[in-house]
Write a protein that binds this ligand. Sequence first.
Ligand SMILES: CC(C)(COP(=O)(O)OP(=O)(O)OC[C@H]1O[C@@H](n2cnc3c(N)ncnc32)[C@H](O)[C@@H]1OP(=O)(O)O)[C@@H](O)C(=O)NCCC(=O)NCCS
Length: 273
Amino acid sequence: MPRKRPTPAPTPAADPASGWDEVLSAFGPNPASPPPPAAPVTEAAAPAEGPLAGARAALERLSTWVPIRSLTRSHRRRIVEHLLTLDARDRYLRFGYAASDEQIHKYAAGIDFSRDEVLGIFNRQLQLVALAHLAFDQPVPGDPTRTMAEFGVSVLQASRGQGLGRRLFETAGLHARNRGIDTLFIHALSENRPMLRIATAAGAVVERDGGEAAAYLRLPPDSFGSQVEQALERHLGELDFQFKRQAQVISEFVESVAEVKAHFDASGRAAKE
Ligand SMILES: CC(C)(COP(=O)(O)OP(=O)(O)OC[C@H]1O[C@@H](n2cnc3c(N)ncnc32)[C@H](O)[C@@H]1OP(=O)(O)O)[C@@H](O)C(=O)NCCC(=O)NCCS
């Protein structure tokens, strides 16, 4: 499809972090909390106001930080579970057709982790609530000098409207630019307003063709800052996952101790009686 240079993205709204809620929110989305404010978009959309603009954008990103983890082959089962949870309409929006369970298994089995990037967001129960697939090496028709990656995403119903889709999009853009990709491509149905909203807010150019839409976001070249940001996010995402895993292990241990205690209490009472 023909491509155009995207218009500059809007300036992200300032959202200073304050209080423990923001600190705790760094350990994962809390379904009980109200949706966080919209996160700022990629550096492509950062305001060009001088040397402090980048630092301010980074601080704003931090205030709405969500741990995002790069997934590997070992997560295939969780990826399948996530996608199988999507209802028929969501599968249609995600894949462009109402993928059957079998097609989902096939899709997950076919992800090439050595080439592509798969990003995930886990909740406190380590359920994969949001998933993005960044497919690299996508050809740009008629322009072999250009490099493009295709972005596909899904967020479980209960976790929507909290900015997770947008955060995955930003992170995918960051990873793509750090791999020398100059364009992020999203294929969506024209009726998919949330997806197109995410793309246009980041500055993507949307081309509609009947019921389908193609969005193209031009990415800036990578920089030392963008590489550091990715490395930092990777470490924090990993730390968050391990933290949640430990918390789950401790919680299971406490539960089993409580079960054993209840068992002995009951048998002690029975012996007394
Ligand atoms: C598209 C999808 C990933 C969005 O996930 P999400 O986490 O709910 O998205 P966000 O919370 O980041 O919100 C995205 C934007 O869409 C807006 N939005 C949400 N629902 C909307 C609607 N019905 N109409 C218009 N805009 C809407 C939000 O307000 C937000 O914009 P804002 O930040 O400017 O307020 C999710 O709806 C989904 O998984 N859909 C099914 C699969 C799919 O469509 N994938 C995309 C094709 S690859």
